[in-house]
Design a protein around this ligand. Sequence first.
Ligand SMILES: Cc1ncc(COP(=O)(O)O)c(C=O)c1O
Length: 492
Amino acid sequence: MLDFHKTLENEQSLDPENWEKTRQLAHQMLDDMLDYLQTIDQRPIWQKTPEAVKAHFTQALPQQPTSAEEIYKEFKTNVLPYNKGNIHPRFWSWVEGGGTVLGMLADMLASGMNPNNTIGDHAPRYVEAQVIDWSKQLFGFPPSASGLLVSGGAMANITAILVARNQFLAGIIRQKGLKFLDNQLVIYCSTETHNCLTKAAEIIGLGSDNLRKVPVNEKYQIKIEVLKMMLLADKQAGLLPFCIIGNAGTVNTGAIDPLDELLAIARQENCWFHVDGAFGALAKLVPAYQADLAAIEQADSLAFDFHKWLYVNYEVGCVLVREAKIHREAFALQANYLLSHERGLAAGPDTISNYGLELSRGFKALKVWMSLKEHGIQRYQKQIEQNIAQAFYLQDLIRQTSDLELLAEVSLNIVCYRYKPQNQSLSENELNDLNKEILMQLHENAIALPSYTLLANRYAIRVAISNHRSQKADFQVLVEGTLALGKKILAD
Ligand SMILES: Cc1ncc(COP(=O)(O)O)c(C=O)c1O
């Protein structure tokens, strides 16, 4: 039996015993991080995690306290030097943003306040509502639409596809399950669609076979005529097409599907129209892309990220749903312990759990709110435009360099190329191996951090530019580095 009288003789909390010492350490941490960010381009972009560091993180569960000063020393020795690199100007892997200084500070403030931003009448809920409202304005969604901040594009897409499924047959699926349907539900998207949507099809119980992957044209955009044929064949077989997904910027090459045509087909077929705009939807800010992305304004749902092409610190993505009622009906559940009250803390906006899968969640809205205010949309437009211009600049550099081959025409912010020496005849397999080796050595020699993909079975060095710190000269370093490594590897 717990002797609670005895336990309560010496009540404690986890707050510091010495606030002055903590204050000093906190100021030190802040100064160190500001120095770190200010001088980021002077340090290696990436270095392999040493075995000793890996071993450091295999210790037994701590039983006794360690001082904060000591822990911070460990952090500086074993964590900070082996960062990923996505805050460096020459990082272009996958599609990642680099964060900002105010974003970092906002995370500290949010974490200090530490609200569980799910339910209740407190200012952080209204900050989040403001961010969702601004997101609607950003993409031309009506004020009556709804939205939710989530961990990233994958969760935003999965959330949207769940809404699409649950609105089919007005909520009956939620109660009865998919077996209630006469036949199989089917979703359509291009072969270039991000694999989080395959996961979405699996999670909502369709199975990946029922996510129809429509082939793409030479610009990596969905082939509309083939989509129409697939839809017809499925309907003739008695299947139930219910959702069409359009890409606003594919992960491999940045291709934008013909969204207006997909929208028209979705309307004609009575299908939900979802747009995965994880990064590419943000190009809507740039006048040259507005026509191609205009159909986003009519989409039933949109997934996009703040942490990619709005450069907000990890992690925060967003899903918007045109009809708030449908969004709510997809997730809302009554629970006595989550009911909204008329007054008191339990008043305030509708519980977040009525709009998605999560319950407890942090105050990630603060960094978005502060960032959007700090820079203003016009500044973001310029920054995004700059990244697109850099992609076209790199494309030019590659075209002008005889030993480099462009593997896909640039359409947005992604450049795919390979080293292909003119004076040697190498098989496709040899070229693939060679370019993979070049990529790994670009990383190991801390020259630059592009990533990779396969385009028509050809290994591509893939440069995804969503980095606000990159400059023209950084792309020259990449090109020179690729050429030098290619020559050296072949000579070896
Ligand atoms: C087109 C596309 N969709 C979805 C995602 C997943 O987004 P996240 O990594 O934010 O979950 C990505 C990630 O790169 C993407 O490029």
